[in-house]
Design a binder for this molecule. Structure first.
Ligand code: KG4
Ligand code: ZN
Length: 334
């Protein structure tokens, strides 16, 4: 049978990425051009700069993905692109490139939800993985628990009512004068800190929702009051105690949801999935509770286009194609 080549394109935030996927799970190329060093001096992503960098990088990145895959552009069967959620100007660059390619090559266009893409990164890292499973999606903009019933059928069980987990990591890092993005910095610092040094609050929210804004305020208050009183504190202890509070909430809800819906497989997804302590804590609990644990490789945790191509491939199996009028959807949810 002829193999399907899907070109994936991702430009939702500060990574310009393109990938070529053969059939469902074989990555032929996965090119990521990150803008992190550019945004670092501003302490966060500057949307206009991000769009301008995407427009400069997009064609060279696609070109590289095609040549690294060892294929010709004319052999690509379909184009899958992130159309939301994300920064509107950034998304529009990828969407326009994908629409142009689909039009010129006369091939189908597939509109992919970035958050679903994060879950599908796990199919690439663990080719044996099949639904049903419970996915914990934790990224810069979202924290959610998803019941993935089949490849194209999922249910949102709960999500954050305020800040996303990654957002909380980035904000705390910022007030601690750590570079952007803050997640990996807190992760590193926490390794040499005492996670039981400060008992930061864990929000009590119903069902499978999360809340991190109270925790964020508690850490900010702690830092301010220590500064005002001239008290010394160990930044590593704050990082470790804050991180533990986030992880406790994420892990407790995940285990409770798995029990309620009788799901035996837990899948971790999104940029915060790169957090070493979140991964090890979930892995340990899963092994204690006889749950199978899946986790993407580091390169597939953060934004990439291979996961977008993979999600797009499964949409194409149900002929879920996008019209040539496709627009960006910056506030797209699950
Ligand atoms: O999925 P992602 O690359 O972009 C979005 O779709 O939002 O996630 C980026 C988020 C940022 O908030 C970043 O600080 C966080 O993931 N992150 C981490 C780690 N690596 C990235 N958070 C905690 N620990 C990490 N090791
Ligand atoms: Zn992402």
């Amino acid at each position: 049978m002829e193999k399907i080549l899907t070109l994936g394109i991702e430009t939702s935030c500060d990574e310009t990425a393109a990938a070529v996927l053969r059939d469902d799970r074989e990555i032929l190329s996965n090119i990521i051009s990150t803008q992190i060093p550019i945004h670092q001096k501003f302490g966060g992503v500057v949307p206009e700069i991000a769009s301008r960098k995407h427009i400069v990088n997009i064609m060279p990145v696609i070109d590289e993905a095609i040549s690294k895959a060892g294929v010709e552009l004319s052999e690509i069967n379909q184009v899958a692109v992130t159309y939301g959620p994300g920064l509107v100007g950034a998304l529009l660059v990828g969407v326009s490139a994908a629409k142009t390619l689909a039009f010129a090559l006369k091939i189908p266009l597939i509109a992919v939800n970035h958050l679903e893409g994060h879950i599908f990164a796990n199919f690439l890292s663990s080719p044996e993985l099949k639904p049903p499973f419970l996915a914990l999606v934790v990224s810069g903009g979202h924290s959610a628990l998803i019941f993935q019933k089949n490849y194209n059928d999922f249910e949102l069980l709960g999500q954050t009512r305020d800040d996303a987990a990654g957002e909380a990591f980035d904000k705390i890092a910022r007030v601690m004068n750590l570079p952007y993005p803050g997640g990996p910095e807190i992760d590193k610092l926490a390794k040499v800190g005492n996670a039981d040094a400060i008992n930061f609050p864990r929000a009590k929210v119903s069902d499978f929702d999360f809340s991190f804004s109270g925790l964020k305020s508690a850490v900010l208050n702690f830092l301010n009051s220590a500064k005002m009183k001239g008290e010394k504190f160990n930044p590593a202890d704050i990082a470790a105690s804050f991180q533990k509070a986030v992880i406790d909430s994420l892990v407790d809800k995940t285990v409770a949801a798995a029990e309620k819906f009788d799901l035996k497989k837990i899948v971790l997804a999104g940029g915060v999935a790169a957090n070493s302590s979140l991964e090890s804590t979930l892995r340990k609990i899963c092994s204690e509770k006889n749950l199978e644990f899946f986790y993407p490789s580091k390169i597939l945790c953060t934004d990439n286009a291979a996961m977008i191509a993979c999600r797009g491939y499964y949409q194409s199996l149900e002929k879920k194609f996008a019209p040539p009028t496709l627009n960006a959807a910056p506030n797209l949810g699950f």
